[in-house]
Write a protein that binds this ligand. Structure first.
Ligand SMILES: [Fe+2]
Ligand SMILES: [Fe+2]
Length: 272
């Protein structure tokens, strides 16, 4: 199975780039399943229902969220009726939406997409390790489901690497989100799980993690609140991860970073 995961969309420039390029990326990489982290797609904070619909229309099969999940209030009724929009599984019981979704592909194969959120330097949620173990207890990779993809939304690369090793061999891939900076640790872990500690963002890299650099820099050095942070509006780099799995085992055969457009050095997996 060929999976494309795109990291946090930030603001208008990020979502316009994803909407414009996702159809071509799907075609050129022969993607079976496209997953997009959209927690910052509405003006850098949260996701509105209108933009979620546009991203699904552009070819996203599943949208994931993160700590900005509830910044836009209209997402709460929307997530309740949209199973393919998921939020971290370790919110308290009773939180709207789900932390996982099973996606049947047109050819009959099935993929499980899961999101969890880390706790180091983040809101103190329920345990993401115990939470995902509960979800995985009812699925068998390579038997009841051909691929399991995990978006781990977390700040600390230590917690992300620990999560990857914790899940190594049980899921197809663990990719981190939230830092908005793509990491260069793309690999297949020893037991067959694809891993990259952060996918990077789909946004303008002439910025401070996607937000206007002037105001963001001032906040750090003056230590006084100034203008509201606004998303940077320059040309976006699309950042993500390409994964190819073995249907028989559900494990990773190939993993490669994807970066296209904007300021970062481009990289694209060869089409095989
Ligand atoms: Fe984000
Ligand atoms: Fe985040």
């Amino acid at each position: 199975m060929r999976i494309l995961f795109l990291g946090d969309i930030v603001g208008r420039t990020g979502r316009e780039a994803v909407i414009a390029r996702l159809p071509d990326l799907r075609r050129s990489l022969r993607i079976d399943l496209a997953i997009v982290n959209a927690e910052n797609a509405s003006h850098g904070f949260g996701l509105g229902a209108d933009i979620a619909r546009n991203l699904f229309d552009a070819g996203a099969d599943v949208l994931t969220l993160g700590n900005h999940a509830w910044d836009r209030k209209d997402i709460i009724p929307f997530i309740a009726q949209t199973p393919r929009l998921i939020r971290p599984l370790n919110y308290p019981p009773g939180t709207p939406g789900q932390g996982a979704v099973m996606v049947p592909l047109p050819d009959g194969r099935k993929a499980l997409v899961i999101q969890a959120m880390g706790r180091l330097f983040m809101d103190p949620l329920d345990c993401p390790f115990r939470g995902i173990a509960d979800v995985l207890g009812s699925h068998r990779l390579g038997a009841s489901v051909q691929a399991i993809f995990v978006d781990f939304h977390a700040e600390a690369s230590s917690e992300k690497m620990a999560y990857g090793h914790f899940l190594d061999g049980q899921v197809s891939c663990v990719v981190g989100t939230h830092t908005h900076c793509p990491s260069a640790d793309t690999q297949i872990l020893p037991n067959g799980t694809g891993f990259q500690s952060d996918a990077g963002m789909c946004g303008d890299y002439d910025s401070v993690i996607g937000m206007g650099k002037g105001e963001a820099v001032t906040r750090f050095w003056r230590k006084t609140p100034g203008e509201k942070l606004q998303p940077a509006e320059g040309v976006s780099t699309i950042c993500g991860v390409f994964l190819e799995t073995d249907d028989a085992t559900g494990l990773a055969k190939r993993i490669a970073p994807v970066r296209q457009g904007g300021r970062l050095a481009e990289t694209m997996p060869p089409v095989e």
